[in-house]
Ligand binder design. Structure first.
Ligand SMILES: *[C@@H]1O[C@H](CO)[C@@H](O)[C@H](O)[C@H]1NC(C)=O
Ligand SMILES: *[C@@H]1O[C@H](CO)[C@@H](O)[C@H](O)[C@H]1NC(C)=O
Ligand SMILES: *[C@@H]1O[C@H](CO)[C@@H](O)[C@H](O)[C@H]1NC(C)=O
Ligand SMILES: *[C@@H]1O[C@H](CO)[C@@H](O)[C@H](O)[C@H]1NC(C)=O
Ligand SMILES: *[C@@H]1O[C@H](CO)[C@@H](O)[C@H](O)[C@H]1NC(C)=O
Ligand SMILES: *[C@@H]1O[C@H](CO)[C@@H](O)[C@H](O)[C@H]1NC(C)=O
Ligand SMILES: *[C@@H]1O[C@H](CO)[C@@H](O)[C@H](O)[C@H]1NC(C)=O
Ligand SMILES: *[C@@H]1O[C@H](CO)[C@@H](O)[C@H](O)[C@H]1NC(C)=O
Ligand SMILES: *[C@@H]1O[C@H](CO)[C@@H](O)[C@H](O)[C@H]1NC(C)=O
Length: 467
């Protein structure tokens, strides 16, 4: 009797089960992430690269989020064309090897506010991420109006008035106001604008991420860490046109950023602090980094009154060369500057910066310039090998203070230019002058006006001619 009653009830129960809310999330988010996989194929994604799969991907993300978290799988093979998708807490987007998530190229594919123009956007999330071995592709080529080997002319979506100038294009992946962010084992390819952007995040890991941007496209930064704390970047490969790893303090301070084991090539700065710099930067470490043929190597570019302190650059090999002057940079291996962007702006200071175990081959010298109220304090160079050599035929002989300040100033090129510094320790530093071709150089190892520099200490410093 009981048994047949149950049997009779069974179809109803099944319906009931389907209608029931999902079970409560288990205690550990990690357990949830491993437990549940939501394939976008089950939500109707076509993966044919021409139909938009936005609704299917978003439905899978929302179901995954509602279930307490897990993975949203984009299976291979497949090209999943999408408008902006919004990640949820504890949802990790997993793009399988051989699958691609393609960002839409129409303005209506993105939210109304330009601050939310991302192909993948996580806002106010905890434990969201991106992984999977596949690729997220911004179709940046579709945003080029006129290809130009010096610098491409790009589409601008500035007609709405929501953003201005020619920097009105969607970014690729953004995490805003989020915690416990993980981005690993993924390729981020051809962003239309900035590639990977963390804004006011805390506790983020970016590991084994490959980033490719068009070498001629402006503003396709690699990784921008804005106003975020406790960020680890490791084992990354970045080959792009604009700044590769770029901490910014436009909307908050940057504390505790570590970047290690990376390979970088860019037509701009490999590492660049700023230029947005209203808040402070503290405790940043860059270790074991290879920089190939970039326009600048290690850069700190403070313009808005924020202060920088406690920074280490160690075990870094680099080659820096001139590219077209329409790009910021003049082949400096090390470029540390602070000055007011506009008259009346505050001047930040840059203190306690160490360069340890660095070797460079470069077409320009080291540039260390504070300003009268924003000094560079306590810089230390230890085990640094600087080779100066010319191999392109771009014109040298300019100091580049852009953006703002004195812009471009005609000046002889030397080994190290020093301006507004209080405390510089040189310990085992070799300058090697490759005599073959040094046109445009005043072969002067140090260029400075004594009135702006004090506290210099030299130990084991050599300036040598080499072949
Ligand atoms: C994120 O939080 C901020 C501040 O609480 C709020 O203004 C914004 O609407 C939230 N965004 C989302 C997508 O929940
Ligand atoms: C909009 O972008 C175009 C193309 O880059 C640029 O020429 C123009 O000055 C911009 N207009 C505004 C209002 O920002
Ligand atoms: C790095 O990520 C790629 C996919 O982007 C993957 O094929 C490779 O195995 C990963 N490397 C390591 C060491 O996990
Ligand atoms: C980072 O830490 C600083 C100092 O504690 C704090 O002011 C700031 O709000 C933190 N930012 C985030 C995004 O947690
Ligand atoms: C930075 O890291 C240190 C050491 O791990 C930690 O004590 C401090 O709270 C961190 N700062 C922020 C703002 O999270
Ligand atoms: C330095 O980084 C490279 C990857 O760029 C890696 O292969 C190597 O193992 C790292 N070296 C150390 C000492 O961690
Ligand atoms: C930078 O340091 C100066 C001098 O200590 C201070 O007045 C200023 O407020 C600091 N800037 C920020 C953004 O904290
Ligand atoms: C610099 O290199 C030396 C010699 O290879 C090594 O012993 C030392 O640990 C390195 N310093 C740092 C900060 O990595
Ligand atoms: C620089 O060299 C390249 C290749 O040799 C040549 O095409 C170009 O005209 C030269 N440019 C200048 C400014 O001399």
């Amino acid at each position: 009797m009981a048994a047949s009653h149950l049997l009779l009830l069974a179809p109803g129960l099944l319906l009931l089960l389907l209608l029931l809310p999902p079970p409560p999330p288990p205690h550990s988010p990690q357990a949830a992430a491993q437990a549940r996989v939501f394939s976008v194929a089950d939500y109707g994604a076509a993966g044919d690269g021409s139909r938009y799969d936005t609704a299917a991907i978003q439905a899978a993300i929302d179901a995954c989020g509602a279930a307490g978290g897990g993975r949203v799988l984009l299976p291979a093979p497949g090209d999943y064309l999408t408008a902006t998708v919004h990640l949820r807490s504890r949802v990790v987007l997993e793009v399988a090897p051989g699958a691609r998530l393609l960002g839409g190229t129409r303005q209506r594919d993105y939210p109304p506010e330009s601050s939310r123009w991302y192909v993948v956007l996580a806002e106010n999330t905890t434990g969201a991420g991106v992984t999977g071995g596949g690729e997220i592709n911004g179709q940046g080529g579709a945003f080029v109006i006129t290809p130009n080997a010096q610098k491409n002319i790009m589409v601008s979506w500035n007609v709405t008035g929501d953003c201005q100038g020619d920097e009105c294009r969607p970014r690729l992946v953004g995490f805003l106001d989020s915690k416990d962010v993980t981005i690993h084992d993924i390729t981020l390819n051809q962003p239309a604008y900035w590639c990977l952007h963390l804004v006011r995040c805390d506790n983020s890991v970016i590991r084994n991420v490959s980033i490719y941007g068009d070498f001629d496209t402006p503003n396709n930064d690699g990784i921008d860490i804005e106003g975020s704390n406790n960020t680890i970047i490791t084992d990354c490969h970045i080959d792009t046109g604009d700044d590769a790893i770029c901490p910014k303090s436009g909307t908050g301070p940057v504390y505790n950023l570590t970047a290690t084991n990376c390979w970088i090539r860019t037509k701009s700065s490999a590492i660049k602090f700023g230029s947005a710099s209203f808040f402070n930067y503290e405790r940043l470490v860059f270790d074991n980094i290879t920089i190939a043929d970039s326009h600048r190597g290690l850069g700190i570019q403070i313009r808005d009154g924020g202060n920088v302190s406690d920074v280490v650059f160690s075990n870094i090999k680099m080659r820096t060369r001139y590219y077209d002057p329409s790009w910021w940079g003049r082949a400096e291996p090390i470029y540390i500057t602070t000055c007011p962007r506009h008259a009346g702006y505050k001047e930040g200071t840059i203190s306690d910066v160490r360069f340890i175990n660095i070797s460079s081959v470069s077409e320009n010298g080291v540039f260390l310039a504070g300003s009268s109220h924003g000094l560079l304090r306590n810089l230390k160079f230890k085990n640094v090998d600087l080779t100066y050599k010319r191999w392109t035929n771009y014109t040298g002989g300019l100091y580049d203070y852009r953006p703002g300040c004195q812009e471009m100033v005609k000046h002889k090129t030397g080994g190290m230019m020093l301006e507004y510094i209080s405390g510089l320790e040189i310990d085992n530093v070799n300058m090697r002058w490759s005599k073959g071709n040094l046109k445009g150089w005043d072969v002067n190892p140090l260029l400075f006006r004594p009135s702006t520099v004090d506290g210099l200490s030299f130990h084991d410093w050599k300036s040598l001619d080499v072949q």
